[in-house]
Structure formats: structure tokens, C-alpha cells
Design a protein around this ligand. Structure first.
Ligand code: IPM
Ligand code: MG
Length: 360
């Protein structure tokens, strides 16, 4: 198969983790007879340096012309970087929001899975962890507070800031359908998270999710208020299979879910639209403080590449081979600094990539 991938290495550790993911993809290509054609696209701080904006129209068009986007990380040190001395719509993160919207990537999947090998890094007590957990957060990604009208102006003599949260039924339905589809391939349970005791948008969310659920009689649906969900994630994470929620709640809950896996350096993500097209990126940021030191964990990016194989190219066997290679490396005791534990062997970014590629 010929696979056209737009690659956004981005900023900070982005280039080094992307290099390792490409190494693993190329090994997959060699073994299974596929060719990955990479086209580099600039986004984030590196695009600001080159063009003065975090994402050019040409970059977006190039991304669209490919079958999938593999993304490292964008952004720099908010306190110190020159990239943040400009208006919010010209900062690195604006590129990320623009590409999500521009590619209509409304469905963001963030798996949070506890590897047995890393259980010691989980901050929860053993009784709470039990047999571990394996959930996926389905976060709506192109609506809600992130994309509503916003302004800051003087109203009645007081500086006032307004952000608006809007969802229409179609936006809710399409993400709900994705969540139920994914649940059908997993443990058939959806927890829809909202704030229906306060917000109109949440009441509509609940109504539409209930309607969608009727088409999936095998899936168990429950509704949970977002504050309760934040608590349940650290009290009984094993109860969750698919967590379906709106943009802002998903942003917050996915960080919480990732933290209880022990390391954000392990977590992949996929952002999908109605077609096979998707953008795949680690859940972590650009970590400018450790960039270029060969200590970053490339596993989240490598697992994101595995998601790309599965969701954009329908290469299930190949995706499973990458996931198995990661599992094998962990079982054998190889660790990057962020997940290092007693009795294990510490390796750098490049060596971790080599080890995983060698096990494909
Ligand atoms: C994420 C990030 C982004 C978001 C930021 C960088 C704009 O936190 O992908 O979760 O809030 O969506
Ligand atoms: Mg976030």
C-alpha cells in the first residue's frame, strides 16, 4: 500500500519523537510491504519563525492533500518564548486549533490504558487500581467554548470578557455516533459526561446522546456530571470504557485520565473526521525544557502512528504489531527517563525507537 502522510514535526521535542515514529513506520513498511511517503509541513512556533503565522493556508492545503497527518508537538515556553509576545490568534496553539477546524477533525480519541509494567508509576493506591483500567476519552474537538464567539470589551464601565459555548444537535450526534461505534468494538459501555444540571448545551447533549443510543441496543449508556466524573476517575477508573464528552470537559478529563496511567509520555491520540482522514499525535506537549537531549519518550508518538495505521489505512495487523512491539520493549525492562523504575534499563529517545523498530 502507498500511504501519503503529512508530517508536522513542530517544536521542542517534536522533531525527535517524530523521527522515531517514522523509523518504526518504515520498519512496518519493510516487513509488510507498504511505502510511507512523507511530506513535511510547518506548524506552530517553527511556522511563526518562517512565515509569521502558526499555520499557513498552503500548509493546511498540503495536509488535506495527504491521507493522514502525523504530528509531534507544537508550542514553546509560554513564559519566555517570543512566540507568545503576539496576539492569541498568532501563537503556536492557534495553529493547532486552526488545523483541527480546517480539517473538520471533530472526534478526538484519547486512550488511557494502564500498562501492568508501569503500575508503580500510577499515583493511585493499589486497591483503587485493582485490575487496572483501559478507557478511551472521545472528546468533541471542533465546537463548544473553543470555537464560540469571544471578546473582551468594556460593558457598563467594567472590562468584561465573554466566551460562548454553542452546540447544535448535528455536532453532538456525529461525535456520539463515533463514540458508540468505538464502544461496539470494545466493552460496549459509553459514559456520556456533561453538566446538565446547569448548562443548556449539556441538556441538549444528553437528549441527542439518548437518541443515538437507541441505535445501539447492545451498548450500555450512562450519563455522568463532569464534576462527578473528575472524582470517579481517581476513585474507580476501571468502570470506564468509552467516555464521551464535549470539547472543554474533554480537555480537562483527558489530562486527568492520562496522569493516572503514570506517564503522559505513553499516550497516543487520534483526531478524526467523517472520512478515513485523521491527525495523530501524542497527548503530551512539546516539552521545550528537554528538547534535543535525547531523553524524551517517543512511545506516545509511535503509538499514535499505530492508530494512524488502524484508522486511516485499515492496517489492523500492522497497528497491532507496533503495539505488541511497544509492549515487548516494556516487558523486557527498557525505559526512557520519565518511566524509569528500579531494575530496568534506561535508554534515550533514539535507542527506544531502535528497540521498538527491531521488534516489529
Ligand atoms: C490539548 C491541548 C490543547 C487543547 C491546547 C494546546 C490548545 O491542551 O490538545 O489537549 O486545549 O485542546
Ligand atoms: Mg489539553
Amino acid at each position: 500500500m502507498e500511504c501519503k502522510v503529512a508530517v508536522i514535526s513542530g517544536d521542542g521535542i517534536g522533531p525527535e519523537i517524530i523521527r522515531e515514529a517514522k523509523k518504526v513506520l518504515d520498519k512496518v513498511g519493510q516487513i509488510y510491504g507498504h511505502t510511507f511517503h512523507y511530506t513535511e509541513v510547518l506548524m506552530g512556533g517553527c511556522s511563526i519563525d518562517a512565515y509569521g503565522v502558526p499555520l499557513t493556508d498552503e500548509a493546511l492545503e498540503t495536509a488535506k492533500a495527504n491521507d493522514a497527518v502525523l504530528l509531534g508537538a507544537v508550542g514553546g515556553d509560554v513564559g519566555n518564548s517570543r512566540w507568545y509576545q503576539v496576539a492569541p490568534n498568532l501563537r503556536p496553539e492557534a495553529g493547532l486549533l486552526a488545523i483541527r477546524k480546517g480539517l473538520n477533525l471533530f472526534a478526538n480519541m484519547r486512550p488511557a490504558y494502564l500498562y501492568k509494567e508501569l503500575a508503580d508509576a500510577c499515583p493511585l493506591k493499589k486497591e483503587i487500581i485493582g485490575d487496572g483500567f483501559d478507557m478511551v476519552i472521545m472528546r468533541e474537538l471542533t465546537g463548544g467554548l473553543y470555537f464560540g464567539e469571544r471578546y473582551t470589551k468594556e460593558i457598563d464601565g467594567l472590562m468584561t470578557a465573554v466566551d460562548t459555548l454553542t452546540y447544535n444537535e448535528n455536532e453532538i450526534r456525529r461525535i456520539a455516533v463515533k463514540a458508540f461505534d468505538i464502544a461496539m468494538k470494545r466493552r460496549k459501555k459509553v459514559t456520556s459526561v456533561d453538566k446538565a444540571n446547569v448548562l443548556d448545551s449539556s441538556r441538549l447533549w444528553r437528549k441527542v446522546v439518548d437518541e443515538v443510543a437507541k441505535d445501539y441496543p447492545e451498548v450500555t449508556l450512562n450519563h455522568m456530571l463532569v464534576d462527578n466524573c473528575a472524582m470517579q476517575l481517581v476513585m474507580n477508573p476501571g468502570q470506564f470504557d468509552v467516555v464521551l464528552t464535549e470539547n472543554m470537559f474533554g480537555d480537562i478529563l483527558s489530562d486527568e485520565a492520562s496522569m493516572i496511567t503514570g506517564s503522559i509520555g505513553m499516550l497516543s491520540s487520534a483526531s478524526l473526521n467523517e472520512t478515513k482522514f485523521g491527525m495523530y499525535e501524542p497527548s503530551h506537549g512539546s516539552a521545550p525544557d528537554i528538547a534535543g537531549k535525547d531523553i524524551a519518550n517517543p512511545i506516545a508518538t509511535i503509538l499514535s502512528a499505530a492508530m494512524m495505521l488502524r484508522y486511516s489505512f485499515d492496517l489492523d495487523q500492522e497497528a497491532a504489531a507496533v503495539e505488541a512491539a511497544v509492549q515487548k520493549v516494556l516487558t523486557e525492562g527498557w525505559r526512557t527517563a520519565d518511566i524509569m523504575a528500579e531494575g530496568c534499563t534506561k535508554v534515550g529517545t533514539t535507542e527506544m525507537g531502535d528497540l521498538i523498530a527491531a521488534r516489529i
